[in-house]
Design a protein around this ligand. Structure first.
Ligand code: HEM
Length: 560
């Protein structure tokens, strides 16, 4: 049988295949064209909305000259002196400023009438539906250090997320006064150990008290929160292999550098990056091992006051415990968030007191009146008690004054508007970052009398952390502008509202006891290598926290 062939003029089989190809290509290209057009239209729409938002914000708020056409003010905001830059521009431009951080619109706020609104304390409709921590790919860099799986944690999770709600609610009781005071004995243990190390070093040699105080804080979090001793104070004078503090410090430094320059993750040839990477991995290993140790102790009892106990007892709605990855991330974040912040606070306080002999004398008198000071006739004073922490108003005022003048999270904290919202009389477009520049608030001449002077006495007044309008008419205007106004804070070292620092009670117990005990045994003198107060200021570096670039070197001079 012969094969049937198409009559002349009719399309052959191969012609039909060609036609099918042409149709298919036409259909696919039209689809692509439609998709592309929709994508372009959507992008254009988003671009127009973004431009309009920028216009609206710059109409409402002044703006400093921008650093670059594309990046806007991002270079200044990411600079290591951003906390000081923010203070300076607020002094020039007032309490509300618009800046652009590449594609993010941002409003900087130091106005105490409006600050409560961004911290959800006076929001209508209330709260987390409207504002969130600005969680983006950048902040997720922190997750790379806190667990090997990159699991998010209390610090980096979104406010509305199930994880954040569950963990915040579950872990907050670990920091209530009743539970926290049970850890006081461990603070004493670490502090007395530090005092012995300082006595051994003697007054002639300067000590990096920033390093020493961070080590003490890491030990305190380990012992109070997880029942674990890391031995960081033993390595103070001669750093040892496997030093837990170095893992935290070097790893955290790399995280901070990557937050300003994410490209570092792709620079394996850079020795500094490799060192940071190794520290991050060693820290992950350290905390994984800690998690295993804690789990090996068995299910914690209901009255276990530790952070670990609270995290291990947590159950979600379906009765499931946190996964090991989640626990790993939560354990880690407590060390990451609490070690350097508390350590810098202690070191800054000792430095500022060393510069104010009058304050040092008053603190010594206060400690003496409580039989806590070492004197020629009292070589071994009585042991510090938990109750003493609230009997030292001058010392507490000096610490608060140092946290005001040298705020550790100096660049500030932010929230992002999840939908268009009103901020007092101003309209804030969706997606805008609302930023509270903490150092700028703490040093604003509009909010503080003599903001650059170290005056512990200002904290003896009631409600010193709240801004009080200087006359009745100012108060009335503030009320008229904002019927829902709540009292505005002008002191925010721990942030504010539902996402404020969960660990602040532990931090307060730790730094108050540590500063009291150190000052009952020593007075401190700034080492020459710091270059005086100007050198200390010039060496400030703001990464995640503000820290002295090469440490805070002081001489610990015995009191008697
Ligand atoms: C002087 C010491 C400390 C300072 C100055 C400090 C400061 C802060 C600040 C400013 C925030 C962000 C608040 C906000 O966005 O409103 C924060 C959050 C946080 N801090 Fe602290 N902190 C300190 C000590 C600690 C300690 C000791 C721990 C735990 C052991 C800790 C754990 C955390 C955690 C987990 C968060 C995230 C909370 C959340 O988002 O729900 N901090 N801290």
């Amino acid at each position: 049988m012969g094969t049937a062939s198409a009559p002349a003029g009719w399309p052959t089989g191969s012609d039909r295949i060609k036609q099918d190809y042409v149709y298919a290509i036409a259909v696919v290209s039209s689809l692509f064209a439609i998709l592309f057009a929709r994508y372009v239209a959507r992008y254009m729409q988003a671009y127009i909305t973004w431009v309009q938002a920028g216009r609206l914000l710059s109409k409402q708020f002044p703006s400093p000259p921008s650093d670059s056409l594309i990046m806007g003010h991002a270079p200044s905001m990411q600079s290591p002196r951003n906390h000081r830059w923010l203070s300076d521009i607020h002094k020039q431009l007032g309490p509300l400023i618009y800046i652009r951080l590449a594609h993010n619109h941002c409003v900087l706020i130091t106005d105490p009438n409006l600050l409560p609104r961004i911290f959800d304390r006076a929001l209508y409709p209330p709260t987390s539906n409207v504002l969130d921590r600005p969680v983006d790919e950048m902040i997720k860099i922190i997750d790379l250090m806190t667990s090997d799986s990159g699991h998010s944690n209390l610090l980096t999770a979104k406010t509305g997320s199930q994880l954040w709600r569950l963990v915040r609610k579950g872990v907050a009781p670990a920091f209530n006064p009743q539970n926290i005071r049970q850890g006081f004995v461990y603070v004493l243990e670490a502090d007395y150990q530090l005092i012995e190390v300082l006595k051994g070093i003697g007054p002639e040699r300067a000590v990096d008290m920033d390093d020493a105080a961070q080590r003490t804080s890491l030990e305190v979090i380990g012992r109070v929160g997880f029942g674990k001793t890391f031995g960081c104070l033993e390595s103070l004078d001669h750093p040892a292999e496997g030093d837990a503090f170095k893992m935290v410090a070097v790893g955290l430094e790399e995280v901070a550098k990557r937050l300003s320059n994410p490209l570092r993750a792709y620079m394996p040839w850079n020795e500094e990056v490799r060192k940071g990477d190794r520290a991050m991995k060693s820290f992950q290993h350290l905390i994984r091992t800690l998690l295993k140790e804690v789990k090996a102790r068995g299910l914690p009892s209901e009255d276990d006051p530790t952070i670990a106990g609270h995290l291990l007892r947590l159950r979600d709605q379906s009765g499931q415990p946190l996964s090991d990855d989640a626990l790993h991330a939560e354990f880690s974040v407590m060390f990451i968030a609490g070690t350097d912040t508390t350590g810098h606070t202690i070191a800054n306080t000792l430095y500022l007191i060393s510069q104010h002999p009058d304050a040092d004398r008053k603190i010594a008198e206060e400690l003496d009146s409580l039989d806590l000071l070492v004197t020629r006739t009292r070589r071994a004073p009585r042991q510090l008690q938990y109750a003493d922490l609230s009997r030292m108003p001058y010392l507490s005022g000096a610490i608060r004054e140092s946290m005001r003048m040298m705020a550790v999270v100096g660049s500030g904290v932010g929230r992002v508007a999840k939908q268009e919202m009103q901020l007092g009389p101003y309209t804030i477009p969706k997606g805008t970052i609302l930023w509270a520049p903490i150092q700028a608030i703490h040093s604003s001449p509009a909010l503080w009398d003599q903001p650059d002077a170290f005056i512990p006495e200002r904290w003896m007044e009631d409600d010193a952390e709240f801004w009080k309008p200087s006359n009745a008419s100012a108060a009335d205007t503030a009320k008229a502008n904002d019927a829902e106004a709540v009292r505005g804070r002008r002191y925010l070292p721990f942030g504010d509202g539902m996402r404020s620092c969960v660990g602040q009670s532990l931090a307060k117990m730790n730094y108050t006891a540590t500063v009291a005990l150190l000052l009952s045994h020593f007075s401190f003198r700034l080492a020459d290598r710091m270059g005086g107060p100007e050198g200390v200021q010039a060496a400030e570096v703001s990464r995640i926290a503000v820290a002295p670039r090469n440490g805070m070197w002081l001489h610990a001079v015995p009191r008697a």
